[in-house]
Ligand binder design. Structure first.
Ligand code: PGA
Length: 245
């Protein structure tokens, strides 16, 4: 089973969501692709209600490291659970770069999500500088080991390999790099979790669009995609899904 997950970021509004849902209503997504949407907090309630009939997964893009209390502006995992959220993105490079989300914070957030049975979608990936200095594997290994330290349960866990330099740039990684790095991630997961690791889907993210989807999904090791820009338009998202199926 392949996964196709939208990361809408802060790039959509109510009118955009209405458009997306209108197109979705008239489209028949392939049944063998699990689709989901990572929506801004304020739309989660509506989205949960609207997507239920399509059996799409509903996701948040962030969660607090704390359980509850005096954390002005934060949203807890138990609040997400009340809105029937299925998964939550953690460790996205934009949150790491702009909001100081370290592997240790990511680890705490994963614990909070698991307490509520919400699937963590853990994003990892190297920056351009790290890529150029051939540090990719070391970065991926460190991010996995630290973000998943002391995590015993892998149920629902999803990992997304997103080279930072490929996000929002229109330039996806080469198939050779995607394959090498996803195979490497799977090896590390296997070392950490043994046979349970085979149930952890590893997605690719970074400028996935209808034009490059067929090529990327030729790779057997890629269990799906996390899509930003091209997920805002339901027609494009659908074309990607078709190429995965
Ligand atoms: P992109 O974003 O598809 O626009 O590159 C991917 C992501 O940030 O998850």
């Amino acid at each position: 089973m392949k996964y196709l997950i939208a990361n809408w970021k802060m790039s959509i509004d109510q009118a955009g969501i209405a458009n997306f849902l209108d197109t979705l209503e008239q489209t028949s997504f392939p049944k063998n692709v699990v689709c989901g949407v990572g929506a801004p907090f304020v739309y989660l309630n509506d989205i949960s209600a609207q997507l239920a009939k399509y059996k799409w997964l509903v996701g948040a893009q962030n969660v607090s490291f704390a359980q509850s209390g005096a954390f002005t502006g934060e949203i807890s995992a138990s609040m997400l659970k009340e809105l029937s959220v299925d998964f939550c993105i953690v460790g996205h490079s934009e949150r790491r770069a702009m909001f100081g989300e370290t592997d240790e914070v990511v680890n705490t957030k994963i614990q909070r999500l698991q307490e509520q049975n919400i699937a963590p979608l853990l994003c990892i990936g190297e920056t351009l500088e790290q890529f150029e200095q051939q540090q990719t594997k070391a970065v991926l290994e460190r991010q996995l080991k630290n973000s998943l330290a002391n995590i015993k349960c892998t149920k629902g866990l999803i990992v997304a390999y997103e080279p930072v330099w490929a996000i929002g740039t229109g330039k996806s990684a080469s198939n050779k790099d995607i394959e090498q790095n996803i195979v490497f991630i799977k090896q590390i997961l296997r070392k950490m979790f043994g046979t349970k690791a085979k149930d952890i889907p590893v997605l690719y993210g970074g400028s996935v669009k209808p034009e490059n989807a067929s090529e990327i999904f030729l790779l057997d090791c890629v269990d799906g995609a996390l899509v930003g820009g091209a997920s805002l338009d339901c027609q494009k998202f659908f074309e990607i899904a078709e190429k995965m199926s």
